[in-house]
Write a protein that binds this ligand. Sequence first.
Ligand code: SF4
Length: 386
Amino acid sequence: MKGSNDTASDSAESFACVWRVMDGRRTAKIRKKLLAWYAVEARDLPWRNTRDPYAILVSEFMLQQTRVQTALGYYGRFLERFPSLEALAKAEIDDVLKAWEGLGYYRRAHNLHRTAQVLLREHDGRLPKSVSELRGLPGIGPYTAGAIASIAFGLDEPVLDGNVVRVLSRLFAVPGAPGRAETRNRLLREAQRLASGGTAAALNQALMDLGARVCLPRSPRCHECPVASACDAHHTGREVEFPQKRKKGPIPRVVGAAGIIWDKEPFSSDAKLLIAKRKADDMLGGLWEFPGGRVEDGESHEEALIRELREELAIEVEVIEPFLQVDHAYTHFRVTLHFFHCRHTGGEPVAIECDEWRWVGVSELDRFAFPTADRKVLEELEVQQG
Ligand code: SF4
C-alpha cells in the first residue's frame, strides 16, 4: 500500500511528465512555424547559395560583429581575391588585411588567415565537422562553430547571435541579461531544443532572419510574426523588456594626436609621408597608420604628438598646423583623433612601438591597409593633392 509521501511523489512525476510533453509540443509547433516562414521569407544571401565550407567559413568570420549589409560589400570581392582555402593560406597577411580594409575588427582577418594555414597544414585543407574541433581553430568561438557545423555540414547544432538571443529571450520570456552564464545556458538549451531532427541549418537561419526583419530591437512587428501565438513576451505585452539589460557605465572617450609627417614641403612634387605599421598583437594590429598616440592629462595635442613620435619612432618633428579632426566609435570606447601636418626635423625612424615604418608618396598610400579613421585622412589628402 502506498503512503502519502509515495502518492505526492507520483503526482509530482506525472505533472513533470505532462509538462515535458506540453513543452515538447510547443517546441515542435514553434519549429514547424519557423521553418514554414523561412521557406518563403528567407533572405537571398550569397553565402546561402553555396555548400562550400570555405565560403561559409569566410562569411561567418565576416558576420562576427558586422551587419549583413556591410559584409555583403566584401564577401564576393574577398572570394574573388582568395578563391580557395589554399589561396588564402598562402597569401601574405598584408594582402588579406587590404581585402578586409574598412570591415573593421581586424583581428578576424588575422584569425581567418591563421585558420586557413592550420587547416592546410593539419587537416588536409578541409574544415573539420565537429564543433569541438572547429572551436580549436583561431577565431572560432561557439557561435561560428555552431553556424559552420549546422549550415555547412547539416549537424543539429544551435547558434546564439544577437538576433537569435533577442528572439529566444522574447519567445520564452527568459529572465536575466544574456551576458550572465545562467541566462546564456537557458537560451542555449532553448536553441538546442529547437534545432533538432536535421533542421538546424534552416532553423538557425530562420531565427537569425526573424530577429533581423521582424523581431526588431525597439519595435518588433509581432503582427507579422509566425510564432506570435507561442510568444510569452507578446502574450503579456512585454516584448521590448526582453532581452533584459545589464546596467552599463558611460562609454569612455580617448583623445589622440597623429602626424601627417612630411620629409619636405607638404604636397610638393616629390614629398613623402611617414607611415607606421601597428604591432601585430595590438588592436588594429598589422594595419598602417599615421603615427601618434594618446593625449595625456595636462598635455596639448601638439605636445602629446611630439612626445609620442619620440617614443614610438625616435624622431623629432615640427608641428606645422592642424589638418583634420576625426571622431570614431569602437565597441567599448570612442576616440577623437587630431591630425596635424608636421615636418620631420631629425632622427632616422626606429620601429620601437610599431612593427615597421615607410616613407611613401601620397599617390602610393592606397596600396596599404589603413583603419577607418586614417582612411578619412587619406581621402582628404588626395583631395588636397588634386
Ligand atoms: Fe518577437 Fe513579437 Fe514574434 Fe515575440 S511575437 S518573437 S516579440 S516579433
